[in-house]
Design a protein around this ligand. Structure first.
Ligand SMILES: O=P(O)(O)OC[C@H]1O[C@H](OP(=O)(O)OP(=O)(O)O)[C@H](O)[C@@H]1O
Ligand code: HPA
Ligand SMILES: [Mg+2]
Length: 187
């Protein structure tokens, strides 16, 4: 799926594909350097993080293990419900492991702060976060994101894993939707 397939649904391209891919390579370089000689476990947060996880893992030069967790706080709307639920837990025991959580976006910061405290209680050797996007609200929370791709404005974004009502995840860029897609109002 690409820009032309969206027709009038697309408001604008916020981060084009080439900038996303360059940033992912940059993040992978930092992670390669920081985790040299350590056994790294990447924990992708389904479903939003599938694209960043797949691209980041392939950009790394070190062999990294991959596991997945599914948590949900958004349902089908554009606002966090405030309640985080585990839909799928890790298959891996992370005690004494070097764990790097991979996320698509930190918006209110609610999902990540919940996830960090949940995984922390399992006794990993280290626990860090890599997030492709961060919104202004999240900067105010105490969630410490070690590897950050882009700080973006407070707009609802889609593409590269991010959905609106389960659609648009398969866009290769990050963009915003036209107001008519949300039913005539704003996001
Ligand atoms: O910082 P927050 O306000 O908590 O929002 C960020 C989270 O919300 C989205 O996931 P969602 O729960 O919608 O599920 P999804 O990844 O399957 O789309 C996104 O992928 C993050 O995981
Ligand atoms: O801006 C967003 N877009 C898609 N999913 C999200 N989940 C939190 N914020 C967003
Ligand atoms: Mg998610």
């Amino acid at each position: 799926m690409d820009e032309k397939d969206l027709g009038t649904d697309l408001a604008k391209v916020l981060i084009p594909e080439d900038r996303l891919q360059a940033k992912v390579r940059e993040l992978a370089e930092q992670i390669d350097a920081d985790y040299e000689g350590r056994d790294l476990l990447l924990v992708g947060v389904l479903k939003g993080a599938v694209m960043i996880m797949a691209d980041l893992a392939r950009a790394l030069h070190m062999p990294a293990s991959m596991d997945w967790m599914a948590v949900s706080s958004y349902g089908s709307g554009t606002k966090s419900s405030g309640v985080v639920r585990i839909l799928k837990d890790l298959d891996t025991d992370i005690i004494d492991r070097h764990v790097l959580i991979v996320e698509d976006i930190v918006d209110s910061g609610l999902t990540l702060s919940w996830l960090v405290s949940n995984l922390h209680s399992r006794g990993p050797a280290s626990l860090e976060v890599c997030a492709l996007l961060r919104k202004p609200e999240a900067v105010k929370t105490e969630v410490d994101v070690r590897y950050i791709g882009f700080d973006i404005p407070n707009e609802f974004v889609i593409g590269y894993g991010l959905d609106y009502s389960e659609k648009y995840r398969n866009l290769p860029f990050v963009g915003t939707l036209a107001p008519h897609v949300y039913g005539g109002g704003g996001a």
